[in-house]
Design a protein. Sequence first.
Length: 150
Amino acid sequence: MADLDRIDQSIIRELQKNSRITVTELASRVGLSKTPCQVRMRRLEEHGYITGYTALVNQTKLGLSHIAFAQVTLNDTSSSALTAFNKAVQSVSAVEQCHMIAGNFDYLLKVRTRNMQEYRQVLGEEISALPHVLQTSTFVVMENVKDAGL
C-alpha cells in the first residue's frame, strides 16, 4: 500500500482516540460518507496499519499500581540466546513491555505489579531466571507523567 493520505491518517488518529466510535461518526470527523470510510478502514486493517482494537484498562483500579523498568543484560547475545530470551519473557505476565535495546544493556522491561514486594519476587524468581540473564538493574516509577495508553 502506498503512503497514507491525509484521510487515512485521520482515520487512524480518530480510532486511536476511541476505537468504539461508530463508523458514521468516524466518517463525519474525517470528511467522508459511511461506505468509503468503511472501505478505507478495511483496507487499513488488511494492509496491517490497524492491527486490532482493544480496551484500555485502568491498571491502578485493578491493584497494579507499581511500575518498574528493569534493564536486563544477557551473558550471551547470539541469535539463539536472543531467541530463547524473547520466547521465555513472553510467559512473564508482569512484564507489560519488552524492548531490545542498543546500548549498555540488552533489554528494557516495563514491569507492573501490586507493590515492591511482588516486584522483588517477579524479578528474583521469574526475570532473573530467564535464559541467559546475567544482570538486572531496576528503576522504579514515582509518578506517571504521560502515557499514550491513557
